[in-house]
Write a protein that binds this ligand. Structure first.
Ligand code: HEM
Length: 442
């Protein structure tokens, strides 16, 4: 069959200049789903100044991740988001350059490193959770944000809780706010200017510590990047270590915190699943050790289902470098494209009752995620598939373990969720959770 011509694709109509940006801000799940119903599995989406071709079918998503012939640029896709503040990260690199950097970085995510991270998470979490109220209301967004920042201090930098970590965390959040800033202007007083200054302070903190870490290695990610080498013994330069450390921190933070928030939301609405996860956690004991993860299968199912319904990276951007065919569409060079992970993970051709929270869809005998190789891609695929996938899943499960052992949690009667794009999904009101402490065990 001849490919569809790019010019013949259905296009959304929106307001002049802003397109659908405002509608998307108001309803980041409902709007793309409506467009898919009206226009089909591939359409040109008018979003502000960018008009990407959005692919929603898992077949097309597979094509995009495979990128046969290297016609797509990941760097050009992500540059508008990260280019200014985090230019050296893996998503800002293409093809051979990317392969080299990823090969060096891989060793920092080896099983021995992950095992150590799980140990540190279990050790650090009780102190971080002490900051939550014993009973009453907590904002899930603030609570999990703070928690993941504390953990990142230990896991990424090897920093202890205290004023030094508070200052680093503050700079990191300022940097993150700059990445998300709508105005790409660095005038004094703007979010972007503050982010550039915060980045300078973070670099000034890390730079003198690279040599120290190279001389005496530490098991945090920063220390591991100082040590990391590929099979030919090639290592990162000091600047590269710093760039990658900051980028990893950024890639990890919003995504992991966001998944915890949305998982807490699902469990707050579903006391039966919350009890299943808690029963396993109570049987396991105070910590969830690396070699006993399999004893909390419900935690795994719940995390998977939450990432299906609310993928923290809702779509992944690419730009065509030369003419190519993706998902049956002939695209010219220079076109922005997006794989909609969100739409594929709720695609009616694959999933039964796709908008429903139903963790058992991931268990045998249903195993719906095996119906199509590319229908479940919260961590992307192909050459740029998430390097922190196991790290993230472990963190989500260890955090859940500690939270459900301390509290039962629910939502106020009649609570209605409103989401905002971050570009993942964030409850507009911070998601107020009602905590009640578990009675001490006999
Ligand atoms: C639930 C949490 C997370 C989700 C849903 C997630 C999702 C993703 C996705 C979809 C991509 C692919 C982007 C693309 O192809 O354009 C990606 C890439 C990446 N992620 Fe994650 N991520 C998570 C957590 C983490 C963590 C914890 C780390 C590090 C500790 C991390 C590090 C990275 C890196 C370095 C890349 C770029 C890989 C490359 O370009 O080769 N992520 N992530």
């Amino acid at each position: 069959m001849n490919p569809t011509r790019y010019e013949d694709l259905p296009r959304t109509r929106g307001l002049p200049l802003v397109g659908h940006s405002l509608a998307w801000m108001r309803d980041p799940i409902g709007l793309p789903q409506r467009l898919q119903r009206e226009l089909g599995d591939v359409f040109v989406h008018h979003l502000g100044t960018s008009h990407p071709v959005v692919f929603a079918h898992p077949d097309a998503i597979g094509d995009l991740f495979a990128d046969e012939g290297g016609a797509l640029s990941t760097a050009a896709g992500w540059r508008p988001f990260f280019g200014r503040l985090l230019p050296g990260g893996l998503l800002l690199r293409d093809h051979d350059d990317h392969r080299h950097h990823r090969a060096v970085m891989q060793s920092a995510f080896a099983p021995a490193a992950l095992r150590e991270h799980v140990r540190v998470m279990n050790e650090r979490l009780p102190a971080s959770l002490d900051a939550w109220p014993r009973r009453g209301r907590v904002s899930a967004v603030d609570g999990f944000r703070r928690l993941t920042l504390d953990l990142a201090g230990a896991l990424f930098l090897g920093a202890e809780l205290g004023p030094e970590l508070d200052a680093l965390t503050h700079d990191f959040e300022t940097l993150a706010a700059g990445v998300a800033a709508v105005l790409p202007v660095a005038a004094p007083g703007t979010a972007l200017r503050r982010a550039i200054e915060a980045r300078e302070r973070l670099v000034a903190y890390l730079r003198p510590r690279v040599a120290a870490r190279r001389a005496s290695p530490t098991p945090d990610l920063f220390g591991r990047l100082c040590e990391a080498a590929d099979e030919h013994g090639r290592r990162f330069t000091d600047d590269e270590v710093i760039d990658h450390t900051l980028f990893l921190w950024m890639a990890a933070h919003d995504t992991t915190a966001g998944s915890l928030v949305m998982t807490a939301y699902q469990l707050a609405r579903d006391p039966a699943w919350q009890s299943r996860v808690r029963d396993e956690a109570l049987a396991l004991g105070e910590v969830l050790p690396w070699d006993r993860m399999h004893e909390s299968p419900s935690g795994e199912l719940v995390a998977q289902e939450s990432l299906r319904l609310h993928p923290p990276v809702g779509s992944v951007p690419r730009t065509t470098l030369r003419p190519c065919v993706i998902g049956g569409v002939a695209l010219p060079a220079g076109v922005p494209v997006r794989a909609s992970i969100l739409l594929a993970q709720r695609h009616r051709a694959v999933w039964s009752d796709p908008d429903r929270f139903d963790p058992l869809r991931f268990a045998e005998p249903r195993a719906e995620h095996r119906r199509h190789r590319h229908a479940y891609r919260p961590f992307g695929g192909g050459a740029h598939a998430c390097l922190g996938m196991r790290f993230a899943m472990l963190q989500i499960r260890v955090v859940l373990h500690h939270v459900v052992r301390r509290w039962r949690f629910g939502l106020a009667p009649g609570y209605a969720l409103t989401l905002r794009p971050t570009p993942g999904f964030r409850p507009a009101d911070g998601l107020p959770l009602e905590l009640s402490p578990l009675a001490p065990r006999p």
